[in-house]
Unconditional design. Structure first.
Length: 163
């Protein structure tokens, strides 16, 4: 029996369905490992993840765009080994620990005894942020990102692989 709910969509206020969208601030790091067949395998290590916004699917696209505007970070879908900071356009080496805004589409369900589970259907990095911006005292969102970066040392790793 479901005894918990995820809360409400931040855009329309409806109770969130099991299938919904989370926008999180992650502290993460990409590992590039060359395989014997010459392919490079990329593994994403997430050291910290804090959910900032929750949206129901119909509100997700507009909600994420509005949330990123609120954060003051441009959505630029960083790819490759060097991303571009969504605030100041500085290069962000993806193989070093960095902060990232991640959209996760999935099914979230509660199981008595073990808590929340997530069955992800899609995830996308919307933007990354450079260290200099994290050190900017005038950026409100940086407080959480700074806190996460201090947890780098005691990272409980959660790994997933990307093709
Ligand atoms: Zn909604
Ligand atoms: Zn920056």
């Amino acid at each position: 029996m479901q005894t918990e709910t995820m809360g409400n969509c931040l855009a329309c206020g409806q109770v969130l369905p099991e299938q919904h969208v989370e926008l999180s601030l992650n502290r993460q790091c990409l590992h590039y490992a060359k395989q014997p067949d010459g392919q490079v395998r990329v593994e994403l290590e997430i050291m910290a993840a804090d959910v900032l916004y929750l949206f129901c699917p119909p509100c997700a696209d507009a909600g994420c765009a509005a949330a990123m505007r609120h954060e003051g970070v441009a959505v630029n879908f960083p790819t490759g080994p060097v991303g571009v900071c969504g605030r100041c356009q500085a290069p962000v080496p993806m193989s070093a620990p960095h902060s990232a805004y991640e959209r996760l589409d999935g099914s979230f369900y509660w199981q008595a005894g073990s808590g929340w589970h997530c069955q992800p259907s899609d995830s996308e990095t919307l933007a990354v942020v450079c260290q200099r911006c994290l050190d900017d005292p005038h950026w409100p969102a940086a407080a959480l990102a700074r806190e996460q970066s201090q947890q780098d040392a005691r990272c409980a790793a959660l790994e997933k692989s990307k093709p």
